[in-house]
Design a protein around this ligand. Structure first.
Ligand code: ASP
Length: 599
């Protein structure tokens, strides 16, 4: 193997252009391709910036011989002269030129890799994650991590320019009730006591406002021990911020500036400001979701009034008993929504707890479908008019006593139909705010109200009286930022009054003693001059996923976890020595040897 001694890299592999022709350059990187054309050897050299083609000509026999010994992923340094290619490759930025090699150093060899490192990689994800360091050499992953870097850099710059201080909050902190499950870290000094990893810096950032820091930002690692869904990771990153002396508009306006900037600088995409704002109620009524995808129509329509006392008892009874009947008009889809597809969609809505789905197909001369026989032609016409349905449209209905079931099933159905029938335009980033969330939601299992956002969120001033009479109706000073059907982030104006915070805990079912015991430090702090404040946190992984067009947030993280919350490359979590357990005063009652169960 050769050394690098005396050699200086002059360019990255992806940098060479026509302007460099005639220049002597030195590149260093990995062999991404080698072709021996009999007397002529071509090698593609790759680093994170891209690839360049190197040619070894027959007139330098010794060098050619050495080049013949190269294999995939060898680490090499090449010096040579840039020249125009005879066969131009339009697909890569360096494709007009190549380097005629005059010196080759083999800096390291490479075993045969478990998979070929290319963007159209055939290997399954588990194998790639096990060898993530090889997977990271793939251009797509490199580009996603570059994009991620740019997003965080823009965040740092933008918020710095606007007077925010970047401040780190503790990773070893304390378990807080009222959140997701915590990751715990045993204390050695106090056996039987545990730190918890932060689910978010929420309370610290509020205490920073109490500490007079005025504006705070942090690119913060957060930890939640939950069963993983497609777009979740047990450790994830937030762009977390908090501001003093602000109301909802101040926080939203500040963040609109950031969003405009980040989309422009990273994707050269123009976001039009101000962003649309929907109240939570409007979002639910129109889209059946608090994170609506507004790139396509298929909005919900409330049909309840029309079916009040109608001849179709399932609908009539639902309305009579306080339920709701809503519909989607699948415009122009009567040819595509065959009986089989409709039956399939019935099963689809059932997964959202709907009891079923009814439909009416509007033809030129008649309205037919699963429930047509229950209505007179005039009634059918009135239904079609209400749903704004014309010939070629299909009206899909879901009825339920619980509005939440109707929202969830029709909300999912509209997205499903849009996906199946290609109704979602490409290249569109529909950002919007959803505001005025309910402060509390009733948890049937726990038989009590829980905070919809978190217990530190302020109720709307005009709804405070309802806290005593009808807590479920109280709206919060909370806002989510939504992009193409995903929640990018969310935040709120916080409670800053000691008595109001106490009242909130009371609404959540804590006695004053319990509240004092669990949140005493915060309640006490609120007695010492708390400024009005509010903030927001973005899910960085998700922003990057949507901006980069990745399928999964795993593709946006250098070393992600998989479904069982483990990491395949270093094989974590893992057992520890008895000595370590003893030091912590821990005894393991139930042990799973995951290495034994893995095979
Ligand atoms: N800490 C909150 C969260 O993680 C965001 C916020 O209210 O600022 O969702």
């Amino acid at each position: 193997m050769d050394t690098i001694k005396g050699l200086k890299r002059t360019y990255m592999c992806g940098e060479l252009r026509e302007a460099h022709v005639g220049e002597t350059v030195t590149l260093m990187g990995w062999v991404a391709k080698e072709r021996n054309m009999g007397g002529l050897v071509f090698v593609d050299i790759r680093d994170r910036s891209g690839i360049s083609q190197i040619v070894f000509e027959p007139d330098n026999a010794e060098l050619l011989e050495k080049a013949t010994g190269l294999h995939m992923e060898y680490v090499i340094a090449v010096t040579g002269t840039v020249r125009m290619r005879s066969n131009i490759n339009e697909n890569i930025p360096t494709g007009k030129v190549e380097v005629e090699a005059s010196e080759l150093r083999i800096l390291n060899t490479c075993d045969v890799t478990p998979f070929v490192i290319t963007d159209d990689v055939k290997a399954g994800e588990d194998l790639r994650l096990k060898y993530r360091y090889l997977d990271l050499r793939r251009p797509t992953l490199v580009n996603t991590l570059k994009l991620r870097h740019r997003v965080t850099q823009v965040a740092r710059r933008y918020f710095d320019e606007n007077g925010f201080l970047e401040i780190e909050t503790p990773i070893l902190t304390k378990s807080t009730p009222e959140g997701a499950r915590d990751y715990l870290v045993p204390s050695r000094v106090y056996p039987g006591n545990f730190f918890a990893l932060p689910q978010s810096p929420q309370q610290y950032k509020q205490l920073l406002m109490l500490g007079g820091m005025d504006r705070y930002i942090q690119i913060a690692k957060c930890f939640r021990d939950e069963d993983l869904r497609a777009d979740r990771q047990p450790e994830f990153t937030q762009i977390d911020l908090e501001m003093s002396f602000v109301d909802e508009d101040d926080v939203m306006n500040m963040n609109e500036g950031f969003l405009k900037r980040v989309f422009k600088e990273v994707l050269d995409y123009d976001v039009t400001l101000p962003l649309p704002r929907l109240t939570w109620q409007e979002a639910m009524d129109r889209f059946g979701s608090d994170k609506p995808d507004t790139r396509f129509g298929l909005e919900l329509c409330d049909m309840s009034e029309l079916f009040d006392g109608c001849g179709f008892s399932a609908f009539a009874d639902t309305v009579k008993n306080g339920g709701t009947v809503r519909a989607i008009n699948a415009k122009g889809l009567s040819d595509k929504l065959t009986r089989k597809t409709l039956d399939n969609l019935v099963e689809f809505v059932k997964t959202y707890k709907a009891k079923g789905m009814a439909w009416l197909i509007v033809d030129e001369n008649e309205i037919r479908g699963s429930i047509a026989k229950f209505f007179s032609p005039e009634e059918l016409k009135a239904i079609a008019d209400k749903a704004d349905a014309k010939a070629g449209d299909v009206i899909l209905f879901v009825a339920d006593l619980k509005a939440s079931v109707v929202y969830a099933s029709l909300g999912a159905l509209r997205c499903e139909i849009a996906k199946r029938f290609d109704l979602i335009p490409e290249g569109m980033f529909n950002l919007l705010w959803v505001t005025d969330f309910p402060l509390l939601e009733y948890d049937e299992e726990e038989n009590r109200y829980v905070a919809m956002h978190h217990p530190f969120t302020s109720p709307k001033d005009e709804d405070i009286a309802l806290l005593d009479t009808d807590p479920g109706k109280v709206r919060a000073k909370a806002y989510d930022i939504v992009l193409n059907g995903y929640e990018l982030g969310g935040g709120s104006i916080r409670i800053y009054d000691h008595a109001m915070q106490q009242k909130m805990f009371e609404c959540l079912g804590f006695t004053p003693d319990q509240a004092q015991e669990r949140f005493g430090y915060l309640l006490n702090a609120f007695r010492y001059g708390t400024p009005p404040h509010g903030g927001l946190a973005y899910g960085l992984d998700r922003i990057v996923m949507l901006m980069a067009g990745c399928d999964s947030i795993r593709d946006t993280i250098a070393f992600p976890k998989v479904k069982d919350s483990g990491e395949l490359m270093i094989a974590s979590p893992d057992v520890v020595d008895q000595k370590q357990l003893d030091e912590l005063g821990l005894a393991i009652v139930n042990k799973v040897d995951r290495h034994a169960t893995e095979e």
